[in-house]
Design a protein around this ligand. Structure first.
Ligand SMILES: Cc1cc2nc3c(=O)[nH]c(=O)nc-3n(C[C@H](O)[C@H](O)[C@H](O)COP(=O)(O)OP(=O)(O)OC[C@H]3O[C@@H](n4cnc5c(N)ncnc54)[C@H](O)[C@@H]3O)c2cc1C
Length: 260
């Protein structure tokens, strides 16, 4: 299988750097082909702006969505964007690996998503009408591929439990798991989170590798998070609210996961 590892850390000798090296070895040893997008090493341009469409008319008003659409359709995207889209097309599995910074992904990775997820590639795909609101949330250009987050966090696991002060980790990661990965069609695996990173020593690192290695071994067999698919009947269209008879009386992120 082909695995794209999008790796985010500014220091190669960091915990994340070591985990990335371990992951590559483990995956290659299992016979997979691995490509790495090391965003800091690539000096990835994090800001989406008018320069991303190489065919813009000078002085024309910049429209982030429409410029993206035009550049994607006409093949005038910047080459760094097109190259990452090619890697996504090539991949059977995609891993996003990053340290949790301010309860989310580092800005450089957010910028990778904003720029690589072009209109027509990751959104604005499929028929858009009052009866079919696009191919998304379970359908789309990246359907049939698997994705997994590998996240390191300074906080303890208990801080991220359902009653922990930071809020549940599944809620914190929901915008990434559901909004960024499930949206364009990925089957999204449960995230792999490594907590309390400042306490990691040699023994802790071995344990962390063992646990990560198991997740990598299970990449193709583990059950994805059963997010509800937009176009499978669970939602009213065009309101796009969950049908009242499903998860009655409940609200919040969790209703979008099929628990029955
Ligand atoms: C801007 C910012 C925002 C943050 N926001 C949050 C937040 O919202 N929530 C939260 O929980 N945390 C937060 N943190 C903490 C952050 O998540 C952790 O610092 C990060 O995940 C640690 O990963 P690292 O790769 O930088 O680890 P490093 O600092 O490189 O290493 C961590 C430990 O692992 C050891 N180690 C590294 N490599 C090896 C190796 N090969 N063998 C053995 N031991 C090794 C190091 O000695 C060190 O003790 C934030 C940090 C920053 C800088």
């Amino acid at each position: 299988m082909n695995v794209l590892l999008v790796y985010v850390h500014p220091e190669s000798r960091s915990l994340n750097g070591s985990l990335k090296d371990f992951a590559i070895q483990r995956l290659e040893h299992a016979g997979h082909t691995v490509r790495v997008s090391d965003l800091y090493a690539m000096n990835w341009k994090a800001t989406l702006d008018a320069d991303d469409n190489t065919a813009r008319q000078p002085g024309a008003r910049f429209d982030p969505s429409m410029d993206s659409r035009q550049a994607f359709e006409n093949g005038t995207q910047r080459v760094d964007i097109a190259r990452e889209q090619d890697k996504l097309r090539w991949a059977d599995g995609v891993i996003l690996q990053f340290p949790l910074w301010w309860f989310s992904m580092p800005a450089i990775l957010k910028g990778w998503v904003e720029r690589v997820y072009a209109y027509g590639f990751a959104y604005g795909v499929g028929e858009h009408s009052d009866t079919h609101w696009g191919d998304r949330y379970g359908e789309g250009m990246l359907a049939g591929k698997r994705a997994m987050l590998v996240v390191t966090a300074g906080g303890w696991a208990s801080h991220y439990e359902p009653r922990g002060i930071n809020g549940p980790i599944d809620d914190i990661l929901f915008p990434i798991q559901h909004g960024i990965l499930f949206y364009p069609g990925f089957d999204v695996l449960p995230p792999h989170v490594i907590y309390r990173t400042s306490r990691i020593d040699e023994a802790g690192f071995s344990k962390a590798c063992e646990a990560l290695g198991q997740r990598l071994d299970d990449l193709w067999t583990a059950d994805p998070v059963p997010f509800r698919r937009q176009n499978a009947g669970d939602y009213l269209i065009p309101e796009l609210t969950l049908r009242p008879e499903l998860a009655p009386g409940r609200s919040g992120f969790d209703i979008h996961v099929e628990r029955d």
